[in-house]
Design a protein around this ligand. Structure first.
Ligand SMILES: Nc1nc2c(ncn2[C@@H]2O[C@H](COP(=O)(O)OP(=O)(O)O)[C@@H](O)[C@H]2O)c(=O)[nH]1
Ligand SMILES: [Mg+2]
Length: 245
């Protein structure tokens, strides 16, 4: 191996977040849990989406759990508590009000989370399209949400979130007729950042695109053993990108 290739590896080993994230990843491997990090700006519809897909996944006999992260409230966990699945809220206020999840609070949450009761764990990150994209939390998949009301240029403005995602869910598609929103421009933006990104257009209010998404997710779940073997291939690029705070 030549010298130039060694440097990023050393950086990664020394990076505390990556180290904890890898511990978490090994825990998920050991427990055979597919963990999915949900990233978006506030209000793009992550919790509503979970409220929509959780009952469907339960009918497919997938045992789900949710860790929801918020700066100050437990509102999302409260909304999800009706499903009788393990739900835990992290309020980052305790960790200095961070605008994103880091691996350390996730590891702490996992110490008390009933991991033996879940096959699939959704981790709803703090609403923010910038910082959450930079932190590996040991997940196997990342989903970025973008509601049509946010505008079709957001993938270009927040490239990292789209670059590190495995799937994009375009939400509130029922509102598109009220907006000047060009799907063509959206997909042009997405393709510039991440040509392979799997995209779904959904409306939770009108049940559009939900079955297609669930189909994809079930496929990922059945391929879990393969997904859990890999380190997140985007970890590196995320950490090369300097955190601005
Ligand atoms: N029109 C429409 N509104 C939605 C849809 N999904 C969520 N919303 C609304 O968007 C707002 C924010 O949703 P929420 O799930 O709390 O977003 P989060 O902050 O990303 O978790 C709420 O007022 C929802 O009712 C949808 O499919 N269509
Ligand atoms: Mg939410």
């Amino acid at each position: 191996m030549n010298e130039t290739k060694k440097i990023p590896i050393v950086t990664k080993v020394l990076d505390a977040n990556s180290r904890i994230a890898n511990e978490i990843r090994h825990l998920f491997q050991h427990k055979n849990i597919l963990a999915i990090n949900l990233i978006s700006s506030p209000g793009s519809g992550k919790t509503t989406f979970l409220e929509t897909v959780l009952p469907i996944l339960s009918r497919h006999k997938i045992r789900c759990g949710v860790i929801a992260a918020d700066i100050a409230t437990t509102r999302d966990a409260d909304r999800l508590s009706k499903f009788e699945i393990p739900v835990l809220q992290i309020t980052t206020e305790t960790f200095g009000g961070a605008c994103h999840l880091e691996a350390a609070p996730v590891r702490q949450a996992l110490e008390v989370f009933p991991l033996d009761k879940v096959d699939l764990l959704f981790i709803e990150n703090v609403g923010n399209l910038v910082c959450p994209a930079e932190f590996d939390i040991g997940e196997a998949l990342r989903i970025v949400f973008l509601s049509v009301t946010e505008g079709e240029d957001k993938p270009l403005k927040y490239p990292l979130a789209f670059h590190v995602a495995d799937c994009a869910v375009i939400t509130k598609i029922d509102l598109i007729e009220h907006l000047k929103f060009s799907k063509q421009k959206l997909y042009d933006s997405i393709r510039k950042i991440n040509p392979k990104l799997v995209c779904f257009e959904v409306s939770c209010f009108q049940s559009i695109g939900i079955d297609q998404f669930v189909g994809w997710l079930l496929q990922q779940h059945s391929n879990k053993s393969e997904l859990l073997k890999h380190e997140h291939e985007h970890v590196h690029s995320a950490h090369e990108h300097k955190h601005s705070h």
